[in-house]
Design a protein around this ligand. Structure first.
Ligand code: AMO
Length: 440
């Protein structure tokens, strides 16, 4: 069978726009065949586009014989349909389209690598291998509609609160956070790195624009094989001048509340598809706040897991804690020894003005008050065994009236995992990068 040309056909409507207001009118729709049924004298096509789906009904004797007999269909064929809108209570949107012409613009193999009808679930790796196809599934359309709303609402919240959007370089000359975990690249004849965080630049820009945010990529060369780690992430970074950690905690919880409110208002249908409408609820503000010491106490006494002061909290401990603290909560005042050099030590310098935001066992965000005094920052670098010379251009910016400032970084995919009730972070990214996966 040869393919049809689109020629001068253009969609008149998106599927979701074909409502009872258009009954009796002719429309042109385009999309993919999600499902089809052939009942002999009656054929049904579920036509999906990125906005929803509508039913195309071909009844022998109602549509032309040529159309009825010659239209050969396959799953995910790309088609355009011209037809009349008719009321039909049992179809999606209460509407069916009676076609006068169908163009088949592209076909698929007889057997698709993954089930696209939603009737069975396919293994995640196989789905990821065929991601451009997989992303058309109802489930994925819901996940990424929620992601879209998350980003839109976060931007709206931040612009409404006088933040300015920044973009910081992703190719950098030296490590931002000081550690390993960097991907080296060739920058002409020099070595450079992919950035692991917008940290230093967002701090510098808070000394210019005061309230800044960025939604951008960071790269983590960690060989972690968990359901929570990726090598390429998108972070929401926020930095606020003339502020400390307490201001950031407040901003972050208000942002979370605003985003969830918008998701519930505008994407309740997507939450329903994911069976999350009773779970992704508006959280109570303020979020509970525990110090690191209080959490340690809970882990030792209630979870009966041994943990030494100064250690990071293990996955096992977080898993147990989730039974006690299932919602959003903050852990503040971490030991300075396990926080980066740019974090401000507390009055008792064993502790730091830092926090993590948890949702159950997942860490969604971390941040804190920063050191804004250049001499302190140089000592902090040295204390962490880092060479201040490597940070010279950053340190120089502290000579020009750097204000006190504080901020946070939030992992978008981690948060989406929580909002959508996903079991694996790879589901929350269109094309995930993990130690094993570099394609597609
Ligand atoms: P941190 O390294 O804790 O802090 O990162 C902040 C948030 O980013 C997400 N995240 C990840 N998500 C998936 N895979 C990973 N490998 C991964 N690494 C981090 C998490 C995490 O909470 N500069 C600081 C932030 C700041 O202080 O402003 C930073 O990047 O959700």
């Amino acid at each position: 069978m040869s393919l049809d040309e689109m020629a001068d056909w253009r969609k008149t409507h998106l599927t979701k726009e074909v409502t009872s207001k258009l009954i009796g009118q002719e429309v042109v729709l385009g999309g993919w065949i999600r499902n089809f049924r052939d009942l002999g004298g009656l054929k049904f096509i579920n036509l999906q586009d990125s906005y929803g789906e509508r039913q195309i009904t071909m009844k022998k004797g109602v549509v032309s014989d040529e159309l009825f007999n010659n239209t050969k269909l396959g799953y995910q064929y790309c088609i355009m349909v011209r037809g009349k809108v008719k009321k039909f209570g049992n179809a999606p949107g209460g509407i069916e389209i009676i076609p006068s012409e169908i163009k088949i613009l592209n076909k698929t193999p007889d057997k698709l690598p993954i089930d696209m009808t939603g009737e069975t679930t396919t293994d995640l790796d196989l789905r990821l291998n065929n991601r451009a196809l997989d992303l058309r599934s109802v489930r994925n359309q819901a996940i990424f509609a929620i992601r879209g709303e998350l980003i839109k609402a976060a931007r709206e919240f931040l612009f409404d609160n006088e933040f300015k959007e920044i973009y910081t370089p992703k190719i950098i000359g030296s490590a931002t956070e000081g550690g390993t975990e960097l991907f080296p690249i060739m920058y002409f004849d020099r070595e450079a790195f992919l950035t692991q965080s917008a940290q230093l630049y967002k701090e510098q820009l808070s000394g210019v624009f005061e309230r800044v945010f960025e939604i951008g990529p960071s790269f983590r060369a960690e060989k972690s094989h968990t359901k929570r780690h990726l090598c390429e992430i998108v972070q929401l970074d926020i930095e606020i001048a003339f502020a400390d950690m307490t201001d950031v905690l407040k901003t972050l919880e208000e942002l979370i509340y605003f985003v969830i409110k918008n998701i519930r208002n505008n994407q309740l249908g997507s939450l329903k598809i994911l069976e999350m409408e009773e779970k992704t609820l508006l959280p109570e503000l303020p979020f509970p706040r525990y110090t690191y010491d209080q959490i340690l106490d809970l882990i030792q006494k209630k979870c009966k897991i041994p943990i030494e002061w100064g250690e990071d909290i293990s996955t096992e401990a977080y898993r147990e804690l989730e039974n006690i603290l299932p919602g959003y909560y903050y852990i503040t005042h971490w030991p300075m020894a396990i926080k980066p050099f740019y974090i401000m030590p507390s009055k008792n310098p064993k502790y730091s003005e830092s926090f993590d935001l948890q949702k159950g066992m997942l860490e969604l965000s971390s941040g804190g008050t920063r050191v804004h005094n250049k001499e302190h920052l140089i000592s902090a670098l040295e204390l962490k065994g880092l060479n201040p010379i490597a940070f010279e251009s950053h340190l120089n910016t502290f000579d020009f009236g750097m204000p006190p400032h504080a901020g946070l970084g939030l992992g978008i995919a981690r948060w989406l995992t929580v909002l959508c009730g996903l079991n694996d972070i790879r589901e929350a990214v269109m094309y995930p990068r993990t130690p094993e996966r570099l394609t597609p």
